[in-house]
Design a protein around this ligand. Structure first.
Ligand SMILES: O=P(O)(O)OC[C@H]1O[C@](O)(CO)[C@@H](O)[C@@H]1O
Length: 528
């Protein structure tokens, strides 16, 4: 498969895209275009690309590029279980954690779709027992809090989803447990999280796919010590989520264990057991199942070969246009929804750990740019922070807005003639137009050049289904971009070197003198 992938620089569609003149967004962005330039997504969401500098001729060439690179065909092969993670020689099966779209994927005589479903069912049954009070802490107290211990993909996605659904769950009367997340090896993180917990009533979920992550194992020990210090039996307060091949699998130090496998990458694991345990405990299985349904529906739409009807594919190709034709190095994610406050942080890992690569799937250096730098904050907070640079800085940063007609909660009032939600969305619309059209001023300091591209994902309300669709949209967008760039989006070798040097420093075996010197500056002592 990798051998047959075309090189972007040799693509005739790419060459034709490069030869097109720059599209003037100030002229392009009309009311008719705002209404027309939309692609429906799952769960009632829409992808609007009116403020992207592309016309029909660009879309025709991007369609040609998609066909030339067989992007949907590559997705189908991934769904069928082909080993698309060539670096680690692994299948890539996160789509299967939310439903079957391709043929059954068999591994060592086992149907992996059935395996993921079975783990979800075990988790739902476990959560229901906890909620009924059939499973309790070692003092006999019912569990009312859940705390996930994990980092990276074992933290960011589940945390972002928990925060995104909290208000929605309250509205539906199903916030059954509160959740906390402990990720950083900084002892102040553990201190603060533990201070918010009633340990006798807390169930900890240790999540580590590899079962070897230093930060997570260290925090686990801090938690066990704190539990024992209160006279509690730590084993009764911890469950594990890990891969079947990890050193943690089958360990009796946990009350129960739930599994994913090596074919679900950490940053793509929110819909596996990694997100299922904490979200089912917090909100009950029904909300998590709704999230899965939204993600599955969006995965199905991503099979559509026509880019004008496939939001994830179109978003991916427009991103390639911005990155490789227009040369923009960054992209900002701007949700006008406080519920999505940690969603940009999740997307940072999802996108940058996947597509921050400089060799292709054959290990050859890339002769073109790959994944952009991603950052973001919810609006309107970001407006009062970094939007100055976005409007008038020397770099053009393409923008990904997300907005909803209604808030999740019901506490909103007319203040000076408009509700808070009205004000939020008026700000969103205003920013989109200000970025695209700018405003001429004789005073250069007050001049807005405009021409800042943006897309908008919009919906009625951020429900669990909509959140699932949103999550899957970005996962699939990133996957399609990896196919265009012919990179392996599913490994992360770039995180290894730092881990090795950290280990050397802590073990006192570091040979690099600069490393030793930094260690001394930071107060590290040779191990006793
Ligand atoms: O779930 P684990 O194995 O503890 O890994 C946590 C995270 O660490 C990473 O490997 C990066 O260091 C991520 O890819 C992963 O999500």
């Amino acid at each position: 498969m990798p051998q047959s992938c075309p090189n972007l620089n040799e693509s005739r569609h790419y060459a034709d895209l490069l030869s097109l003149p720059f599209t003037d967004l100030r002229r392009l962005l009309t009311a008719a275009r705002v209404s027309a330039a939309e692609v429906p997504m799952a769960a009632g969401l829409h992808y609007n690309y009116a403020a992207m500098p592309v016309e029909e001729r660009h879309l025709d060439l991007l369609q040609g590029l998609s066909d030339e690179f067989d992007l949907v065909g590559q997705y189908q092969r991934l769904l069928a279980g082909e080993r698309m993670n060539v670096g680690e020689n692994r299948r890539v099966l996160h789509h299967l954690t939310r439903g079957q779209l391709g043929p059954a994927v068999m591994h060592d005589g086992r149907d992996l779709g059935a395996f993921y479903r079975e783990q979800h069912q075990r988790i739902f049954a476990f959560a229901e027992q906890v909620h009924r009070g059939a499973l309790r802490g070692s003092s006999g107290a019912a569990f009312t809090q859940v705390c996930q211990i994990g980092i990276g993909g074992s933290d960011l996605g589940p945390r972002a989803l928990y925060l995104a659904l909290q208000q929605e769950a309250r509205r539906q009367g199903c916030q059954l447990m509160t959740a906390e997340f402990l990720s950083n090896v900084d002892p102040d993180d553990a201190d603060q999280v533990l201070a918010r917990l009633d340990l006798a009533r807390t169930l900890f979920v240790l999540v580590s796919k590899s079962g070897t992550t230093q930060e997570t194992l260290t925090n686990e020990t801090l938690v066990r010590v704190a539990l024992r210090h209160q006279g509690l039996d730590d084993r009764a307060h911890l469950v594990a989520v890990t891969s079947e091949t990890s050193p943690l699998a089958g360990n009796s130090a946990y009350r129960d264990s739930f599994y994913m496998d090596d074919f679900v990458g950490g940053r793509f694991s929110s819909t596996s057991a990694v997100g299922a345990v904490v979200l089912s405990l917090a909100f009950g299985p029904a909300i998590f199942q709704a999230l899965l349904a939204g993600a599955h529906a969006q995965d199905a739409l991503a099979l559509q070969p026509d880019i004008r009807h496939n939001a994830s594919l179109l978003d991916a190709l427009l991103g390639v246009y911005l990155r490789n034709v227009l040369g923009y190095p960054c992209s900002a994610v701007l949700p006008y929804s406080q519920a999505l406050s940690r969603f940009p942080a999740h997307l940072q890992q999802l996108d940058m750990e996947s597509n921050g690569k400089s060799v292709n799937r054959r290990g050859e250096p890339l002769p073109y740019a790959s994944g952009p730098i991603i950052f973001g904050e919810p609006g309107t907070n970001g407006q009062h922070s970094f939007y100055q640079l976005l409007h008038q800085g020397t770099d053009v940063v393409p923008l990904q807005f997300i907005g909803f007609e209604q808030a999740q909660g019901q506490r909103d009032l007319l203040v000076q003639g408009s509700t808070s939600q009205d004000k939020l969305n008026a700000n969103l619309a205003a920013q989109l137009v200000a970025f695209a059209k700018g405003r001429a001023d004789e005073n250069a300091n007050r001049h807005f050049a405009g021409q800042r591209p943006a897309s908008l994902i919009r919906g009625a309300r951020l429900t669990a289904e909509a959140l699932g669709a949103l999550l899957a949209h970005f996962e699939n967008k990133i996957m399609f971009q990896g196919f265009v760039w012919n990179i392996n989006s599913f490994d992360q070798e770039g995180v290894q070197l730092g881990k090795v040097l950290t280990g050397q420093l802590l073990a006192g075996t570091a040979e690099d003198e600069a490393l030793q010197a930094y260690g001394r500056l930071l107060g590290l002592r040779p191990p006793a």
